[in-house]
Design a protein around this ligand. Structure first.
Ligand SMILES: [Zn+2]
Length: 141
């Protein structure tokens, strides 16, 4: 084993030992961590000092979650968090896919049941039928 690999192996096993019996970085911990990083960037650009305290709070919370031993409780909180953030998460996911597939497809949300529908691009005005609720609407693609 070369030295880099050995180092990687050691790092992995010590990380595993560190998080043994602990919650680890779940979605909520990661979200809180990322939000903290965004705030610190905003803090640099806006000069709002209080953002720094929010950053410390969020990073602290994220670390608290990662090292928490009450895995059951953290799991329940995380489930709830995922439920509450379902709509904005699917919105951001759609924005991401819209950008990723901009050459070939467009995405629409059914006005009735909020099902996400993908249609090929460049077909002009077409009538779209929602595959879930059969709601029809006309869009330019
Ligand atoms: Zn629908």
């Amino acid at each position: 084993m070369d030295r880099m690999k050995q180092f990687g192996y050691r790092l992995n096993s010590s990380l595993a030992r560190l998080f043994y019996g602990r919650n680890g970085f779940d979605n909520m911990a990661r979200a809180s961590y990322i939000l903290g990083l965004i705030l610190i960037v905003l803090n640099v650009f806006t000069g709002f000092g209080w953002l720094y305290y929010l950053y410390i709070l969020l990073i602290g919370y994220s670390i608290f979650r990662a090292f928490s031993r009450n895995i059951q409780k953290r799991y329940a909180e995380n489930q709830k968090f995922m439920e509450v953030t379902k709509v904005p998460r699917s919105f951001f996911k759609m924005c991401y896919m819209q950008i990723r597939d901009i050459k070939y497809s467009r995405y629409y949300i059914c006005g009735k049941c909020h099902q996400q529908i993908r249609v090929p691009r460049g077909k002009g005005r077409i009538e779209i039928t929602c595959p879930r609720c059969r709601n029809k609407f006309v869009k330019r693609t």
